[in-house]
Write a protein that binds this ligand. Structure first.
Ligand code: MRU
Length: 336
């Protein structure tokens, strides 16, 4: 997958994507041809990152429409596609982009399967444009809040081209800053338990030639206290009306530590990550994942047999800990 190619695309009768479970050691291409394939890919994080799962979900609705909405099947077609759409949305509950994109694709079902596919590919193009625009706003925001020298920035999880259709959100911003000569070093949190930082962000930064070091998820507060962090940049899975942000587990503790050290904390996410139906973050559904992601790794048990785990995939950072939330529409500012 050359850098300019989107992380997922439609090809003939399938969604083609890079299997993120296999990275960085194997470049395995997946062809998803059924709704069940798409659900499994989203649930197991073969496709992951809020914008990417939204796009996969929308294309999943197209797969469903092509299956159920053959000429002459009109009566049952919409009901069958709606059921598939509900199953797609349930694959991961926290990122609002998934439900948003699936509903948008569903709106075109009365016009037929090709119209659904057209809507999904339009969303992919919009994500590419949104990435570029929000990165421009986010670069300006970071530079306005940081010293005038090459920066040490910290990021968490993966918010790059693997998680979107183009350059990414927070990671796209970091790469753009590096291209402008404004990055001294990126500290990458490894992102337990599935290691999106270690496996994916480190891979993308190496690909882009940006200097970086990996740290365990408990190291950032120490790094901040030693002056190794000028700014924290992260993405979002759902943003409530008051600016509370759900993102990868560990984001909240980064924001607490950054506030303590008066370090700017910037969230970069598309408008499709906003859920203004929720007044604040307390009603955001946080996905809880299997115990065995925590009690072992790579098929090897690390905890005693029978150990139970607390394994939320996301947490909610209160708006008052966030310096700015940046989207393709510009900067949503919060004082802290
Ligand atoms: O569980 P994941 O890997 O899908 O979690 C992803 C994140 O938390 C990202 O920060 C978020 O989706 C933004 S991706 C541009």
């Amino acid at each position: 997958m050359p850098p300019a190619e989107p992380s997922l695309r439609w090809d003939g009768d399938a969604i083609v994507t890079l299997d993120q479970r296999a990275l960085p050691h194997e470049r395995r291409i997946l062809r998803l041809t059924t709704v069940d394939d798409v659900i499994a890919a989203i649930a197991t994080l073969a496709v992951r990152g809020a914008p990417a799962i939204g796009l996969a979900g929308a294309m999943g609705v197209a797969l469903s429409a092509f299956k159920h909405c053959r000429p002459g099947a009109a009566g049952h077609c919409a009901d069958a596609v709606r059921l598939d759409a509900q199953r797609l949305i349930a694959a991961r509950p926290t990122a609002v982009n998934l439900a948003w994109a699936v509903h948008r694709a569903l709106g075109r079902v009365p016009e037929g399967a090709h119209a659904v596919l057209q809507e999904a590919t339009a969303m992919l193009q919009e994500d590419i444009t949104a990435n570029r625009t929000m990165v421009g706003h986010a670069v300006a925001t970071v530079l306005a809040h940081t010293p005038d020298r090459p920066l040490r920035v910290l990021t968490h999880c993966n918010t790059g081209r693997l998680a979107t259709a183009a350059v990414g959100t927070a990671l796209g911003t970091i790469i753009a800053l590096a291209e402008a000569g404004r990055i001294a070093e990126v500290l990458v949190g490894e992102t337990r338990p599935l290691l999106q930082g270690a496996r994916l962000t480190a891979w993308e930064l190496a690909e882009a030639g940006v200097p970086h070091r990996l740290c365990i998820d408990s190291a950032p507060a120490a790094a901040m206290s030693q002056g190794l962090v000028d700014c924290v940049l992260v993405g979002a899975d759902r943003i409530a009306a008051n600016g509370d942000v759900a993102n990868k587990i560990g984001t909240y503790s980064l924001a607490v530590a950054a506030a303590h050290h008066r370090i700017p904390f910037v969230v970069v996410a598309p408008e499709s990550s906003w859920d203004r139906s929720l007044p604040d973050g307390s009603a955001i559904v946080i996905e809880e994942r299997d115990d065995d992601e925590v009690t072992g790794f790579g098929g090897v048990k690390t905890a005693p047999p029978g150990t139970r785990a607390y394994n939320p995939a996301f947490d909610v950072t209160p708006a008052d800990l966030i310096t700015a939330v940046v989207s393709e529409h510009g900067v949503h500012r919060h004082e802290r």
